[in-house]
Ligand binder design. Structure first.
Ligand SMILES: Nc1ncnc2c1ncn2[C@@H]1O[C@H](COP(=O)(O)OP(=O)(O)OP(=O)(O)O)[C@@H](O)[C@H]1O
Ligand SMILES: O=C(O)C1=C[C@@H](O)[C@@H](O)[C@H](O)C1
Ligand SMILES: [Mg+2]
Length: 167
Protein backbone atom coordinates (compact mmCIF):
# COMPACT_ATOMS: atom_id res chain seq x y z
CA UNK A 1 0.00 0.00 0.00
CA UNK A 2 1.36 3.46 -0.91
CA UNK A 3 0.75 5.48 2.22
CA UNK A 4 1.92 8.97 1.12
CA UNK A 5 3.24 9.71 4.57
CA UNK A 6 6.28 11.94 5.02
CA UNK A 7 8.56 10.56 7.72
CA UNK A 8 11.03 12.93 9.34
CA UNK A 9 14.09 11.38 10.93
CA UNK A 10 17.14 12.85 12.63
CA UNK A 11 18.94 13.15 15.92
CA UNK A 12 17.31 14.56 19.05
CA UNK A 13 16.88 18.29 18.56
CA UNK A 14 17.38 18.23 14.79
CA UNK A 15 14.02 19.95 14.27
CA UNK A 16 11.66 17.10 13.34
CA UNK A 17 8.74 18.30 15.48
CA UNK A 18 9.20 21.96 14.56
CA UNK A 19 9.46 21.30 10.81
CA UNK A 20 6.76 18.59 10.95
CA UNK A 21 4.17 20.96 12.42
CA UNK A 22 4.93 23.61 9.80
CA UNK A 23 4.74 21.07 6.95
CA UNK A 24 1.41 19.73 8.18
CA UNK A 25 -0.03 23.25 7.98
CA UNK A 26 1.50 23.88 4.55
CA UNK A 27 0.20 20.59 3.16
CA UNK A 28 -3.10 20.95 5.03
CA UNK A 29 -2.73 17.60 6.70
CA UNK A 30 -2.05 16.04 10.11
CA UNK A 31 1.13 15.79 12.17
CA UNK A 32 2.08 12.80 14.32
CA UNK A 33 5.03 12.36 16.65
CA UNK A 34 5.90 8.81 17.74
CA UNK A 35 7.23 9.99 21.12
CA UNK A 36 3.95 11.78 21.82
CA UNK A 37 1.94 8.78 20.60
CA UNK A 38 3.86 6.40 22.87
CA UNK A 39 3.41 8.70 25.86
CA UNK A 40 -0.29 8.76 25.12
CA UNK A 41 -0.67 5.00 24.43
CA UNK A 42 1.26 4.18 27.63
CA UNK A 43 0.06 7.13 29.69
CA UNK A 44 3.65 7.68 30.90
CA UNK A 45 6.41 10.09 29.97
CA UNK A 46 9.39 8.87 27.92
CA UNK A 47 11.66 9.74 30.86
CA UNK A 48 9.59 7.56 33.20
CA UNK A 49 9.54 4.68 30.71
CA UNK A 50 13.36 4.79 30.44
CA UNK A 51 13.75 5.14 34.22
CA UNK A 52 11.27 2.47 35.34
CA UNK A 53 11.17 -0.02 32.47
CA UNK A 54 14.42 0.57 30.61
CA UNK A 55 15.40 1.30 27.03
CA UNK A 56 14.63 -2.21 25.74
CA UNK A 57 11.01 -1.89 26.82
CA UNK A 58 10.82 1.52 25.13
CA UNK A 59 12.16 0.10 21.86
CA UNK A 60 9.43 -2.55 21.90
CA UNK A 61 6.84 0.20 22.35
CA UNK A 62 8.38 2.09 19.41
CA UNK A 63 8.18 -1.01 17.22
CA UNK A 64 4.52 -1.51 18.14
CA UNK A 65 3.80 2.17 17.50
CA UNK A 66 5.49 1.95 14.08
CA UNK A 67 3.42 -1.13 13.14
CA UNK A 68 0.28 0.77 14.05
CA UNK A 69 1.38 3.71 11.88
CA UNK A 70 2.31 1.45 8.96
CA UNK A 71 -1.10 -0.22 9.00
CA UNK A 72 -3.32 2.72 9.90
CA UNK A 73 -1.84 6.09 8.93
CA UNK A 74 -1.85 7.76 5.50
CA UNK A 75 -1.20 11.27 4.16
CA UNK A 76 0.39 12.38 7.40
CA UNK A 77 3.63 14.09 8.42
CA UNK A 78 5.31 11.82 10.97
CA UNK A 79 8.19 12.73 13.23
CA UNK A 80 9.82 9.59 14.59
CA UNK A 81 11.89 9.25 17.76
CA UNK A 82 15.65 9.74 17.30
CA UNK A 83 16.39 6.04 17.81
CA UNK A 84 13.47 4.58 15.89
CA UNK A 85 15.24 4.13 12.51
CA UNK A 86 18.01 2.19 14.26
CA UNK A 87 15.59 -0.27 15.81
CA UNK A 88 12.98 -0.25 13.04
CA UNK A 89 15.06 -0.19 9.83
CA UNK A 90 12.00 -1.02 7.69
CA UNK A 91 10.90 2.58 8.23
CA UNK A 92 10.51 3.20 4.46
CA UNK A 93 7.54 0.83 4.43
CA UNK A 94 5.44 3.57 6.03
CA UNK A 95 6.30 6.48 3.71
CA UNK A 96 8.94 8.72 2.16
CA UNK A 97 11.83 9.28 4.58
CA UNK A 98 13.51 12.67 5.00
CA UNK A 99 16.63 12.92 7.17
CA UNK A 100 16.85 16.37 8.78
CA UNK A 101 20.58 16.64 9.34
CA UNK A 102 22.20 19.09 11.75
CA UNK A 103 25.79 19.00 13.04
CA UNK A 104 25.98 17.91 16.67
CA UNK A 105 27.56 21.21 17.80
CA UNK A 106 24.65 23.11 16.26
CA UNK A 107 22.10 20.84 17.93
CA UNK A 108 23.79 21.59 21.26
CA UNK A 109 23.40 25.33 20.68
CA UNK A 110 19.65 24.87 20.07
CA UNK A 111 18.87 22.82 23.17
CA UNK A 112 18.26 24.53 26.49
CA UNK A 113 18.39 22.73 29.87
CA UNK A 114 14.65 22.10 29.82
CA UNK A 115 14.88 20.47 26.37
CA UNK A 116 17.81 18.30 27.47
CA UNK A 117 16.03 17.15 30.65
CA UNK A 118 13.20 15.56 28.61
CA UNK A 119 15.62 13.40 26.58
CA UNK A 120 17.14 10.50 28.58
CA UNK A 121 19.87 9.78 26.01
CA UNK A 122 21.03 13.42 26.01
CA UNK A 123 21.97 13.54 29.70
CA UNK A 124 25.65 12.82 29.02
CA UNK A 125 26.76 15.13 26.20
CA UNK A 126 29.91 13.08 25.39
CA UNK A 127 27.84 9.91 24.98
CA UNK A 128 25.23 11.78 22.97
CA UNK A 129 27.98 12.95 20.59
CA UNK A 130 29.17 9.34 20.09
CA UNK A 131 25.58 8.27 19.48
CA UNK A 132 25.22 11.04 16.89
CA UNK A 133 28.31 9.84 15.00
CA UNK A 134 26.97 6.27 14.80
CA UNK A 135 23.45 7.31 13.91
CA UNK A 136 24.35 9.90 11.27
CA UNK A 137 25.33 7.09 8.87
CA UNK A 138 22.25 5.01 9.65
CA UNK A 139 19.84 7.93 9.13
CA UNK A 140 21.57 8.72 5.82
CA UNK A 141 21.38 5.12 4.57
CA UNK A 142 17.68 4.86 5.38
CA UNK A 143 16.67 8.21 3.85
CA UNK A 144 15.11 9.03 0.50
CA UNK A 145 16.44 12.56 0.88
CA UNK A 146 18.83 14.30 3.26
CA UNK A 147 18.36 17.98 4.10
CA UNK A 148 20.86 20.04 6.08
CA UNK A 149 18.40 21.72 8.43
CA UNK A 150 20.17 24.97 9.26
CA UNK A 151 17.58 27.41 8.02
CA UNK A 152 13.99 26.53 8.91
CA UNK A 153 12.37 28.38 5.98
CA UNK A 154 14.83 26.91 3.49
CA UNK A 155 14.14 23.38 4.76
CA UNK A 156 10.38 23.84 4.40
CA UNK A 157 10.85 25.24 0.88
CA UNK A 158 13.12 22.36 -0.18
CA UNK A 159 10.61 19.78 1.00
CA UNK A 160 7.74 21.57 -0.75
CA UNK A 161 9.79 21.80 -3.99
CA UNK A 162 10.67 18.13 -3.72
CA UNK A 163 6.98 17.20 -3.55
CA UNK A 164 5.97 19.67 -6.25
CA UNK A 165 8.44 17.90 -8.57
CA UNK A 166 6.63 14.66 -7.83
CA UNK A 167 3.37 15.76 -9.39
N1 LIG B 1 16.39 25.30 11.57
C1 LIG B 1 15.68 24.85 12.59
N2 LIG B 1 14.75 23.93 12.35
C2 LIG B 1 14.03 23.40 13.36
N3 LIG B 1 14.19 23.70 14.67
C3 LIG B 1 15.10 24.63 14.98
C4 LIG B 1 15.88 25.23 13.95
N4 LIG B 1 16.69 26.08 14.55
C5 LIG B 1 16.43 26.00 15.86
N5 LIG B 1 15.47 25.12 16.15
C6 LIG B 1 15.01 24.79 17.52
O1 LIG B 1 15.58 23.51 17.87
C7 LIG B 1 14.88 22.96 18.97
C8 LIG B 1 14.67 21.46 18.79
O2 LIG B 1 13.75 21.23 17.75
P1 LIG B 1 12.66 20.03 17.79
O3 LIG B 1 12.07 19.88 19.13
O4 LIG B 1 11.76 20.30 16.63
O5 LIG B 1 13.61 18.78 17.50
P2 LIG B 1 13.23 17.24 17.38
O6 LIG B 1 14.02 16.74 16.23
O7 LIG B 1 11.76 17.08 17.30
O8 LIG B 1 13.80 16.65 18.74
P3 LIG B 1 13.40 15.25 19.45
O9 LIG B 1 13.78 14.14 18.53
O10 LIG B 1 14.26 15.23 20.65
O11 LIG B 1 11.93 15.31 19.72
C9 LIG B 1 13.56 23.75 19.09
O12 LIG B 1 13.69 24.60 20.21
C10 LIG B 1 13.53 24.56 17.77
O13 LIG B 1 12.84 25.77 17.93
O1 LIG C 1 17.52 9.13 20.20
C1 LIG C 1 16.85 8.36 20.90
O2 LIG C 1 17.16 7.15 21.06
C2 LIG C 1 15.62 8.88 21.54
C3 LIG C 1 15.07 10.05 21.06
C4 LIG C 1 13.79 10.60 21.54
O3 LIG C 1 13.06 11.12 20.45
C5 LIG C 1 12.97 9.56 22.28
O4 LIG C 1 12.40 8.64 21.38
C6 LIG C 1 13.80 8.83 23.30
O5 LIG C 1 14.24 9.76 24.24
C7 LIG C 1 15.01 8.11 22.64
MG1 LIG D 1 10.39 16.01 18.55
Amino acid sequence: MKSNNIILTGFMGSGKSTIGRILAKEFNTYFLDTDVLIESFENKTISDIFKNEGEEAFRKMEKKCFEWIKNSVTNTIISVGGGLPVYVPEIKEAGRVIYLRVEFEDILKRMNDEEIKKRPLFQDVKKAKELFKKRDKIYAELADIIIENNDLNKTVRLIKDYYAGDK
